[in-house]
Write a protein that binds this ligand. Structure first.
Ligand SMILES: Nc1ncnc2c1ncn2[C@@H]1O[C@H](COP(=O)(O)OP(=O)(O)OP(=O)(O)O)[C@@H](O)[C@H]1O
Length: 125
């Protein structure tokens, strides 16, 4: 918490906390399960169909962006629930905006997937 000096040990500890955040996302957040399932399906499809390096870069960024947004959304929800468990208009706006950010990235990721996969699927048939 305090701004103490730089040490490698503390930086490594930060990685451990971040890893715990990823573990919480994957084990506790139901929406993240859906994103992970979609990510596994897209990765398998990409592997079977055969994607170029550029296409993999787009897919990896799309998957990473959605999961990262879901993690931020979940952390905002957790904080909001702590600050105001009772109904509050500002909390509603905050949660809806955070959820909207996830939806924007999920739609963008779906469009990226369609742009990459549709031409390949059409040439298969
Ligand atoms: N304290 C609150 N005050 C006002 N509105 C709230 C409050 N808590 C939740 N909401 C409304 O309910 C919606 C869903 O909130 P919730 O925290 O259940 O998120 P969720 O998207 O269902 O996430 P999860 O499925 O991970 O629990 C919010 O987007 C918001 O519109």
């Amino acid at each position: 918490m305090k701004n103490e000096g730089f040490t490698l040990r503390k930086r490594l500890r930060s990685f451990k906390f971040a890893g715990n955040g990823i573990r919480l996302l994957i084990t506790r957040e139901h929406n993240a399960w859906i994103h992970c399932f979609a990510a596994v399906c897209v990765t398998l499809a990409g592997w079977l169909i055969g994607l170029s390096s550029t296409e993999w870069i787009a897919i990896v960024f799309a998957i990473g962006s959605v999961l990262a947004a879901e993690a931020v959304n979940s952390s905002i929800e957790a904080l909001a629930d702590l600050v105001s468990p009772e109904y509050n208009e500002a909390i509603k706006r905050t949660k809806d905006l955070a959820a909207g950010a996830v939806l924007i990235l999920a739609i963008s990721a779906a469009i990226v997937g369609l742009i990459i996969f549709i031409p390949k699927i059409l040439t298969l048939s």
